[in-house]
Design a protein around this ligand. Structure first.
Ligand code: HEC
Length: 215
């Protein structure tokens, strides 16, 4: 009896293993290989007309394009919170500052080494540009500037838009915008006593100073 059970057990195992092997060996195509099965000879099939692939339903047109009826809109598709600005600050410093500089004046490291100088964000035209315009530049590129759709997800692009507007306001602030007693322009940050707020509690060696004391 025990032997019989063992026999069946082994048989089942062999059958199942066979299944797996067959799926493994089934005929399949390598990505983008040629196929004589379809009339256009492509193995990669286009999407069926009138269908939407999972995760690609983009109902909120403004969120994905920054445009309303073909023109850039001038509002954020979600509320701007401190978290949104912090995220925009971080993403901007990673993806935009190499060319536009952390200040947005266009003097980043890449143009200093020969790439075309981007325009400063602190000119009238870009100060008045609608928010959706910045989203569109990141989404489709502009002149020699490449687009950043592959690197930056739509929500993060909007976070950067919010941060750019904050940068513009900060560089064009008047005495009326700030608390009494503070000066415009504010004095540039100095390397103060360690632990005073702008600096870490333990002094860093001179060489590790990044110029980003505000962070
Ligand atoms: C590799 C360098 C580089 C990077 C990185 C870069 N830009 Fe640019 N950007 C440029 C250059 C150069 C121009 C001017 C293009 C031209 O006139 O051909 C420009 C132009 C612009 C403009 C102005 C368009 C106008 O109307 O004048 C905006 C806005 C802008 N970039 C936003 C961004 C944002 C936001 C990022 C980060 C997501 C970014 N850029 C990253 C190089 C860069």
């Amino acid at each position: 009896m025990a032997n019989l059970r063992k026999f069946f057990g082994l048989g089942l195992l062999l059958v199942l293993a066979g299944c797996r092997q067959e799926m493994y060996d089934q005929s399949r195509m390598k990505p983008l290989a040629q196929s004589d099965f379809y009339s256009d000879l492509r193995t990669a099939r286009p999407q069926v007309e009138g269908t939407v692939a999972r995760g690609q339903l983009r109902e909120d047109e403004y969120f994905y394009t920054g445009k309303i009826g073909g023109n850039p809109g001038d509002y954020m598709p979600f509320p701007v919170t401190e978290e949104v600005l912090a995220r925009g600050h971080e993403r901007f410093n990673i993806y935009c500052a190499p060319c536009h500089s952390r200040l947005g004046d266009g003097n980043g490291m890449v143009p200093q080494r020969g790439f075309k100088h981007p325009p400063t964000y602190h000119q009238d035209r870009l100060r008045k540009a609608p928010l959706g315009y910045f989203f569109d530049v990141m989404t489709n590129g502009f002149g020699v500037m490449p687009d950043y759709t592959a690197q930056i997800a739509p929500r993060d692009r909007w976070c950067i838009v919010a941060y750019i507007r904050a940068l513009q306001l900060s560089q064009n602030a008047t005495q009326a915008d700030i608390a009494a007693g503070e000066k415009v322009p504010s004095p540039s940050l100095k390397f103060k006593e360690p632990g005073s707020g702008a600096t870490p509690a333990t002094p860093l060696p001179e060489s590790s100073y990044t110029g980003d004391e505000q962070k």
